[in-house]
Design a protein around this ligand. Structure first.
Ligand code: NAD
Length: 330
């Protein structure tokens, strides 16, 4: 096992720890590797270094990066996308979207608490009683549920909303309330939300505009795979929020759930702070890396059960996760 020298330092993992675990520290981990595992998709230069014999494992953005996937296909690389791990019980330990969304949801709640000019919990002090902050979480997938749990632990009064009917019970089980907006969407086979029709989207925006002024902080995590983030909060809704309110838009990477979000930036509009963070997991690199490494190790153990790569294309995890593969002559 080759590990690039210094690969883990920024995340708090020293080279010595890899050496102690039996890895060989090298300047260039790509040389002679049968399997290359990395976090982000390879650059064009890195793709040129992959051979037809190499297996690549990384986040490859298979639904949105056509050019990158075509490049891998042209190079004849057998590539596995961490985004494409099927969401089935057997593959849970490999599910990197979930592990990284857990980090993002947790961090989003901390950012909301940090940016708010008020306490989250109720406090009884000699100088008077402080009412708890009200937090709304839009999108109750993995990130949203973690944001709900974290904001609750910090003492906020939390409500959640999602278009998938199954989420109501999950939101309630965390001790939050479910915000009824009168919009119910469908769940696709993979457990994801179907994109709302333009008419449903307008109704959702109007309903939210009515309810949003009740909340001090809104954390948005709504997403539909392969699509730009649905716009849930129009500028007119931000205008109605109280001064000092905060929006943390976890969907900033795919354009944002709020019309006024500037991805990668913090803006103040109508007295409301709107945070559009990019790559939240990288802001908590220790645990984000540890979880991602376990996901990759678990996929590797599946692809190479006895240390030898054996690709069984009839297996749902192997075939579902593979995005490009080498043609083998019959
Ligand atoms: P995601 O990141 O694709 O989307 C986040 C949430 O946004 C989803 O809950 C989605 O329903 C919601 N959303 C989409 N459009 C919306 C809108 N207009 N308004 C409000 N909310 C909207 O989803 P995810 O967090 O990756 O999880 C999706 C599903 O997969 C969930 O059902 C989750 O429980 C399931 N899951 C299953 C497994 C497993 O069985 N192994 C593992 C992880 C996740």
């Amino acid at each position: 096992m080759n590990v690039e020298r210094g690969a883990g330092v920024a995340a708090g993992f020293a080279d010595e720890a890899y050496a102690a675990a039996g890895a060989l520290l090298v300047e260039d981990a790509w040389v002679d590797a049968d399997v290359v595992a990395k976090v982000a998709k390879p650059t064009a230069e890195e793709t040129r270094r992959l051979t037809r014999e190499t297996i690549l494992i990384a986040f490859l953005q298979p639904l949105t990066d056509r050019e990158g996937v075509d490049g891998l296909a042209a190079a004849g690389v057998t590539a596995f996308a961490m985004e494409s791990i099927p969401r089935i019980t057997r593959a849970q330990s490999m599910d990197a979207l979930s592990s990284q969304a857990t980090v993002a949801g947790y961090k989003a709640a901390l950012i909301a608490a940090d940016r708010l000019p008020r306490f989250l919990p109720m406090l009884t002090t000699a100088a008077g009683t402080i009412a708890p902050a009200k937090v709304l979480v839009l999108g109750a997938g993995v990130a949203g549920l973690q944001a709900i749990a974290t904001a609750r632990r910090l003492g906020g009064v939390v409500s959640g909303f999602d278009v998938r009917p199954a989420t109501r019970e999950q939101v309630l089980s965390l001790g939050a309330s479910f915000l009824d907006l009168g919009i119910v969407g469908d769940e696709t086979e993979g457990g994801y939300a179907r994109e709302l029709t333009p008419e449903e989207q307008t109704r959702q925006q109007e309903a939210l505009e009515q309810r949003i002024p009740e909340f001090d902080a809104v954390i948005t995590t709504a997403a539909v795979p392969g699509r730009p983030a649905p716009k849930l909060i129009p500028a007119s809704a931000v205008e109605k929020m109280r001064l000092g309110s905060v929006i943390v838009d976890v969907a900033a990477e795919t354009g944002g759930n709020c019309e006024l979000t500037r991805p990668g930036d913090v803006v103040e509009e109508h007295g409301v702070t709107i945070v559009g963070p990019l790559n939240l997991p990288s802001t908590m690199p220790f645990h984000a890396s540890q979880l991602f490494a376990r996901n990759v190790a678990s996929l590797l153990a599946h692809l190479a059960p006895n240390g030898e790569v054996v690709l069984d294309w009839d297996d749902e995890i192997t075939s579902g996760t593979c995005v490009t593969r080498r043609e083998v002559a019959a």
